[in-house]
Design a protein around this ligand. Structure first.
Ligand SMILES: *Cc1c(COP(=O)(O)O)cnc(C)c1O
Length: 369
């Protein structure tokens, strides 16, 4: 890649493939792979990433909301797509675009059956989510009888899968709880399947679930963060390669005298002579104000440059007093070496939050290396 000449998020499709094949190596040959591409494919580029994942062999895609699924259909993607958190107001669009809803409550379940019927659908594929302890979305075991009786009455929908979500799949200390979730899910599946004359797929594992609970891979696994290069498990991180590098450039260099201040509210006061570089990336691009005042730093020509003063909307100022650099030089905010997980740790955040926050204003550049 040429050096950055403006702020860009570089997305390495080769690394995506590496992560995909590593995750696949953990699965039995007949376990299906669902790639989670919600939130712009975790802040990268949902269309580019989805297309690559389809080429790699992903069986399913998932998004959170209907409009995210519509964007993939508009881009010509034909792979089945689960919408993990649909709202009934969007059900007509969902059906028009052949997206598959996760039905997670009695209310939304009944609403979807009605809309499928009104739209003359037969055996429309749906997915049922059961709550086994995360207490976020999902039916309870007690709902099975009602669900079963509704399913017997209708030909408008067919249950393609039932699933649940682990609350702490990355936490070694919560192993007992995770196992109890897996057991509860098996029990729920058995009960529901007794009332059906076909067998839906079962799935439960996210990325850390894939790594920690092979006994819970069932028919399908759902991976998001692992594809983008983070494992959540320190001993596993060496097997993953972050796909995104956030780069920028030095716009201007300033010499600051003792007693001068830098940035809004004069938050930084210089105790000596120093040099600063202004970089065209700010909180509107997803660099939280929490990184200001030397909590965060960027890399310039291999050296750490601390963010001084407050993070502005469109810029940060960094200390380059001891760094040999010039206006126009490349700046790395996070990437392969100082990855997004490590960068996020500086403000007690996590990779997920940092990468999904990179705003759409930042240009995406796809590469293979
Ligand atoms: C986001 C999400 C995933 C992906 O989780 P990762 O930890 O990123 O692998 C899987 N399942 C559901 C229901 C999700 O919402």
């Amino acid at each position: 890649m040429p050096k950055a000449t403006e702020t860009v998020l570089e997305i390495n499709l080769t690394a995506l493939g590496t992560n995909y094949w590593y995750l696949k190596s953990k699965l039995k040959p007949n376990t299906n792979f669902l790639a989670v591409v919600k939130a712009y494919a975790y802040g990268s580029d949902s269309v580019e990433i989805a297309k690559e994942l389809v080429k790699l062999g992903a069986d399913y895609l998932a998004v959170a909301y209907v409009n995210e699924g519509v964007a993939l259909r508009d881009a010509g993607i034909k792979t089945p797509i689960i919408v993990l958190h649909p709202q009934s107001v969007n059900f007509k669009t969902l059906i028009d675009r052949c997206l598959e809803p996760n039905l997670y409550s009695l209310k939304i379940f009944q609403e979807f059956i009605e809309i499928a019927k009104e739209n003359k659908q037969s055996k429309y594929p749906v997915h049922l989510k059961f709550n086994t302890g995360l207490n976020r979305l999902g039916f309870l075991e007690n709902d099975i009888d009602f669900i079963s009786s509704k399913l017997k009455e209708t030909t408008s929908i067919i249950v393609k899968s039932i699933f649940s979500h682990l609350a702490a799949s990355e936490d070694e200390t919560e192993k007992e709880f995770s196992i109890s979730q897996i057991e509860a899910f098996k029990n729920i599946s058995e009960k529901l399947f007794r009332n059906l004359d076909y067998k839906p797929m079962m799935h439960m594992c996210n990325t850390s679930g894939i790594l920690n609970y092979p006994e819970a891979h069932f028919d399908l696994v759902r991976s998001g963060i692992g594809l983008y290069g983070f494992s959540n498990i320190p001993s596993e991180q060496k097997n993953f390669q972050p796909i995104a590098t956030l780069k920028s450039v030095i716009s201007q260099i300033h010499s600051i005298e003792k007693g001068e201040t830098v940035g809004y509210n004069r938050a930084f006061k210089s105790e000596g002579i120093l040099k600063t570089a202004t970089i065209p990336i700010g909180h509107a691009d997803g660099i939280s104000r929490a990184y200001g005042n030397e909590k965060g730093w960027v890399t310039i020509n291999g050296n750490k440059a601390s963010i001084i003063g407050n993070v502005c909307m469109d810029m940060i100022m960094v200390n380059i007093t001891n760094i040999d650099c010039q206006e126009g030089d490349e700046v790395i905010i996070f990437g392969e070496v100082e990855n997004a997980e490590k960068h996020a740790e500086k403000i007690n955040s996590i990779s997920y939050e940092l990468i999904t926050a990179i705003s759409q204003r930042v240009k995406r550049v796809v590469c293979r290396k």
